[in-house]
Design a protein around this ligand. Structure first.
Ligand code: SF4
Ligand code: SF4
Length: 98
């Protein structure tokens, strides 16, 4: 657990200390139809911005989504997700079920 916490501290410090990054949207995205609803990302997120989406995805599983207005781009969710390609380090709203 020490490594993800250190990552969060470093990202927050980077955002605070770099004016270019302040206010810039860098949210991560959970690809709705690749997510398998395992939810390891939910308790790992330091700002609690991952919530379950409605219904099932194309795989027939529950799925989760990231609130891009709260995400701090720390990358912890990507580190803990066991499903390859389910989380992207970019804001890609077109890959999220409405
Ligand atoms: S993004 Fe990954 S860890 Fe999070 S619910 Fe989907 S499959 Fe599970
Ligand atoms: S990048 Fe960090 S803040 Fe954003 S959803 Fe993932 S764990 Fe949460």
């Amino acid at each position: 657990m020490a490594a993800p916490l250190l990552d969060v501290v470093l990202v927050v410090h980077r955002k605070i200390s770099n004016p270019y990054l302040l206010g810039k949207s860098m949210a991560y995205t959970i690809v709705s139809n690749i997510c398998e609803g395992i939810a390891e990302c939910v308790p790992a997120c330091p700002v609690a911005c991952i919530e379950q989406g409605r219904g099932a995805n194309e795989k027939g599983t529950i799925w989760f989504k990231i609130d891009p207005t709260t995400c701090i781009d720390c990358g912890v969710c990507l580190q803990v997700c066991p499903v390859q390609g389910a989380i992207l380090p970019q804001e890609r709203p077109e890959l999220v079920i409405n």
